[in-house]
Design a binder for this molecule. Structure first.
Ligand code: 6CS
Length: 335
């Protein structure tokens, strides 16, 4: 009788434990605040996972667990299960990902850009292998908007960059791009940008438009210039050992949630650029916003041509293959 009761209790405990083990809490850190683009993506991912499984996703926005380098380290070591990080930072440890920092490679047209991210073989088939070698399961890559450069003085020609200290992410290729334009690139972590602009340690920085507004960088700058050189890209990844160890059913939930968050974030951004520009114009009417013409962009395009070769030198044979494939993918969406 006692034995039966104990056995019953043991079975009860086993069921409870198994149940508890199935309903896990997964930790996901990213490089932006909860209401910025990476945060909106993360919220959608969480919502989808929680709607389609018993698991919970705990979100850690920028600042809660450190800088970009810290959250990547925590993901690779398995403390975190998921991470959002731009190649702007990952590029320092995975050189191939710097392809997203090659100037004038990505299209300016939004529909073309979105199609490229949806269909690209380089992104969807080749890059996952690259990330996998660094212990990361690549789940999605998405754009965050055209990159604008804030400065104190207008930038109309590469000569205007002379002696201008531009903060860049800690990315060797991005540093080379600004060197090619004659600026003085100054790599700094995210948390130091505003203060460095305010105190004049740097003269400017580059970021997508929504971020210039949400982080208030325009408050401590006089001019925003669009050279048309890039669209900010970011990646969403899981710790690979964690992901590989999951039952197929959970992997499907994760992939489905990542796909839903990807489509959601593209839709969310349709008018984001214009809305952010509008907010900044209203908050600071004297702010100069210069969208350089095709003709004005030409000298910047020419000066940056060498950066593509620098990328290949940094990323090796696979970097060249990625670049060739990406150009094919881009040509396919252009057509
Ligand atoms: O420039 C940066 O450091 C940051 N920019 C954006 C748009 N997202 C996060 C990143 O850390």
């Amino acid at each position: 009788m006692i034995r039966t009761r104990l056995a019953g209790a043991a079975i009860g405990l086993l069921v409870a434990t198994t149940g508890a083990a199935q309903a896990d809490t997964w930790r996901y850190a990213f490089e932006e605040f909860i209401d910025e683009v990476q945060g909106v993506f993360a919220q959608k991912f969480k919502e989808e996972v929680e709607a389609n499984s018993d698991h919970e996703v705990q979100l850690f926005p920028f600042g809660t667990l450190g800088e970009s380098a810290d959250i990547m380290e925590q993901t690779q070591s398995g403390i975190l299960q998921f991470v959002g990080q731009s190649p702007g930072f990952t590029g320092a440890v995975i050189p191939e990902t710097q392809i997203f920092l090659v100037p004038y490679l990505l299209p300016q047209d939004q529909d073309e850009l979105f199609d490229f991210f949806r269909t690209s073989t380089a992104i969807n088939e080749m890059l996952p292998e690259v990330y996998a070698e660094h212990g990361l399961e690549l789940l999605a890559m998405y754009p965050e908007g055209p990159v604008g450069i804030t400065t104190q003085e207008p930038i109309r020609t590469p000569e205007d960059f002379d002696e201008v200290k531009i903060r860049v992410m800690t990315n060797p290729l991005l540093i080379e791009a600004y060197r090619a334009w004659g600026a003085t690139p100054t790599p700094l972590p995210t948390g130091e940008i505003y203060g460095a602009l305010q105190t004049g340690i740097i003269d400017g920085q580059e970021n997508p438009t929504f971020y210039l507004e949400s982080q208030g960088f325009y408050e401590v700058s006089n001019v925003i210039t669009y050279l048309g050189h890039n669209n900010y890209t970011t990646a969403f990844m899981a710790n690979k050992s964690f992901y590989d160890g999951l039952p197929e059913e959970d992997q499907q939930v994760i992939q489905g949630a990542a796909d839903a968050a990807f489509e959601h974030i593209l839709e969310y951004q349709r008018d984001l650029q214009e809305e952010a520009l509008q907010k900044m114009r209203e908050a600071k009417p004297e702010l100069e916003i210069n969208i350089l013409s095709e003709e004005e962009r030409q000298p910047f395009i020419e000066a940056a041509e060498q950066v593509e070769e620098t990328y290949v030198n940094m990323a090796g044979e696979r970097g060249r293959e990625l670049l060739d494939q990406m150009k094919e993918d881009l040509a396919a969406v252009r057509n």
